[in-house]
Design a protein around this ligand. Structure first.
Ligand code: BJW
Length: 249
């Protein structure tokens, strides 16, 4: 692994970016595994698994309702803005895959975004296959919210946040889109950049391997060495809001 201070982006370069919670940290959104992070105050099994939701849906809704309320006051930081600016330069030769559910990349102006772990401000039914819907509500009262589609059909369906919990499958269409992007990109120069992620959650943590197989040069920008750091060629240690504007400028 080498250290570098700029990513070469030339006319035929395609850039695939993976972001994690660290990219939103400077916007005031807590990460999961850092000191003071969400998993220090909440049990991951209780609030981020389907079993936890079945056990205590009110607890899970309190967790996500609080994040909805706090997240609404947060704004994109220079890291989000640098990625949106890179997309404006590259167009279709840019794809942003984020594990974050906070919507800050879209707020910053990014459009080619895959939200791998879902969206904080969407709700879906845990029982029927109605489409997820936009929802800014906080549900922190005694009764977890119920699905009116299920109710109309004479059954009880609990509503849940439209996010991906441990043990749940991610949307296979996302991976098809990523593979297509890599396939296209390998005709020219290909760059894979991961930022603000601990590299500890599969399958996002394995994207670096897929990118390498496609011939991509690989960069990691992170405050600390990620679990999968040794699989990257270049590591820039620092805060993404400070590093990305210069690295991508
Ligand atoms: C900064 C910074 C700054 C801070 N600038 N940097 C054993 C081995 C391998 C895999 C598994 C296993 N057992 C189970 C699995 C699979 C499992 C998994 O990976 N578990 C691991 C814990 C081991 N994965 C899954 O279950 C996934 N699904 C799946 O595998 O389906 C297939 C399947 C299903 C059923 C049966 C069999 C197969 C689903 C994973 C879903 C993860 N969901 C969450 C919650 C989403 C909703 C929500 O937000 O609440 O996603 S968990 C949480 O972790 C969230 C995040 O997106 C994800 C990753 O976290 P992230 O973004 O990396 O944050 P942190 O906090 O970990 O790191 C932040 C980093 O930023 C740190 O490194 C800091 O240093 C850095 N930093 N400030 C730059 N300013």
């Amino acid at each position: 692994m080498t250290r570098t201070d700029s990513i070469p982006v030339v006319a035929d370069t395609s850039v695939l970016v993976l972001t994690g919670a660290g990219v939103s940290a400077e916007s005031g959104i807590p990460t999961f595994r850092d000191s003071g992070g969400l998993w220090e105050q909440h049990s991951m099994e209780q609030v981020a698994t389907p079993e936890g939701f079945r056990e205590d849906p009110r607890l899970v809704w309190r967790f996500y309702s609080e994040r909805r309320a706090k997240g609404r006051a947060c704004r994109p930081n220079p890291g989000h803005l640098a990625l949106a600016a890179l997309e404006r330069r590259l167009g279709d030769r840019f794809l942003l895959v984020t594990q974050n559910i906070d919507g800050l990349h879209r707020q910053a102006g990014s459009e080619r975004v895959i939200e791998l772990h879902g969206q904080l401000y969407q709700t879906r039914c845990a029982h029927c296959d109605r489409e997820p819907f936009d929802d800014l509500e906080g549900y922190d009262d005694e009764r977890p919210p119920l699905c009116d589609v299920c109710e109309a059909a004479g059954r009880m369906g609990l509503l849940r946040p439209a996010v991906v919990w441990f043990g749940e499958m991610l949307d296979p269409l996302h991976f098809e889109a990523i593979s297509r992007f890599l396939e296209e990109g390998r005709r020219g120069r290909l760059v894979f950049l991961a930022a603000g992620t601990s590299g500890s959650v599969w399958p996002a943590s394995a994207l670096v391997d897929e990118a390498r197989r496609a011939g991509a040069g690989t960069w990691l920008v992170n405050a600390a060495a990620a679990d999968n750091a040794s699989r990257f060629e270049h590591f820039v240690q620092g805060r993404s809001g400070e590093v990305l504007p210069g690295l991508l400028g």
